[in-house]
Design a protein around this ligand. Structure first.
Ligand SMILES: [Zn+2]
Length: 244
C-alpha cells in the first residue's frame, strides 16, 4: 500500500484527528486531576454543568458558542480547539509522510501522536508526565520497533545510551545549577521513545528536541515563571519528528 492521495481519505483522516484531539484535551484535563477519563462525563470546569453532545463537536462547538460555556458564559481556553487542530494536522502528516507505509504502522503512529500530545500538554500545565501515559508510549514504541525489525542490539544500545545521557544531564544540572538538569520523568520518557528511534534518526530527534527547548526557553523566560523547565514537551516533539 502507499500513502493516500485521495482527497476524501485525507478529509476523513483529518476528522479522525479532530475527534482524537478532543480525546487528548479530555485526557490531559482529567488524568492529572485524578478524574476517570474513560467513564467520566465531560463538564464545564467552571460551572460543573454536564456538557451535551452538541457541546462536544471538535472546534465547531467552540466556534458556534464563540469560545464560551453555553451555561455559565465563562470563556473556554483557546488551547482546546488549538490542540484538536494540531492533532488533526499531525494525523494527516503521519498518513502522508510515514515511511515505510502500512496501515497497522499508521495506526500505531496515530496512537503515539495521542500519547505524546497528551504528555506535552500535561507537562506544560503541571510539569508532570504521568506514568500511565509513559507506559502507553513505551508499549507503542516497543511494537513499532518490533514491526520495523529493529535489531535487539541496536535497541539495547539506544536504551543504555539514553539512560546514561539522561543521568549525566541530571547530575550535570545538579552540579552547575544546584538542581537536577532532568527529572526522572523526563529520563523515563526519553528512554521509552528511544526504543523506536533508529540510531540514524537520533540527529533528527536532537535537532527537533533542541529547537523546541530553545522555543520553550524564550517563552519560559518571557513568562518568568519560577518553575522547572518543560523538557518533556521537547522530548515529545523530537520523538515525533524522528519517528516520521
Ligand atoms: Zn460553564
Amino acid at each position: 500500500m502507499s500513502a493516500p492521495e485521495n482527497l476524501l481519505v485525507l478529509i476523513l483522516v483529518s476528522l479522525l484527528g479532530l475527534v482524537c484531539g478532543s480525546f487528548v484535551t479530555a485526557l490531559s484535563y482529567r488524568l492529572p486531576r485524578g478524574k476517570d477519563f474513560v467513564l467520566g462525563r465531560s463538564q464545564c470546569p467552571e460551572c460543573m454543568n454536564q456538557l451535551l453532545a452538541r457541546d462536544l463537536v471538535p472546534v465547531l462547538s467552540w466556534l458556534i458558542s464563540r469560545g464560551k460555556c453555553r451555561q455559565c458564559g465563562v470563556g473556554i481556553l483557546n488551547r482546546y480547539p488549538a490542540i484538536e487542530i494540531l492533532c488533526s494536522v499531525l494525523f494527516v502528516t503521519v498518513a502522508l509522510a510515514a515511511d515505510p507505509w502500512s496501515l497497522i504502522r499508521i495506526i500505531l503512529l496515530w496512537g503515539l501522536v495521542v500519547g505524546l500530545l497528551a504528555l506535552s500538554v500535561i507537562e506544560l500545565e503541571f510539569r508532570l508526565l504521568p506514568n500511565r501515559l509513559i507506559l502507553f508510549v513505551f508499549v507503542f514504541c516497543g511494537v513499532l520497533a518490533w514491526m520495523d525489525k529493529r535489531a535487539a542490539g541496536d535497541v539495547t544500545i539506544g536504551l543504555a545510551a539514553t539512560l546514561v545521557a539522561g543521568i549525566f544531564l541530571r547530575v550535570f544540572g545538579q552540579i552547575i545549577n544546584k538542581k537536577p538538569g532532568l527529572r526522572w520523568d523526563d529520563i523515563k520518557l526519553a528512554t521509552a521513545v528511544s526504543i523506536a528511534i533508529p540510531i540514524a534518526k537520533v540527529a533528527t530527534f536532537l535537532a527537533f528536541g533542541g529547537g523546541l527547548v530553545l522555543i520553550l526557553a524564550v517563552w519560559h523566560d518571557v513568562m518568568r515563571k519560577q518553575r522547572c523547565f518543560p523538557f518533556g514537551t521537547a522530548i515529545c516533539g523530537g520523538a515525533f519528528a524522528a519517528l516520521l
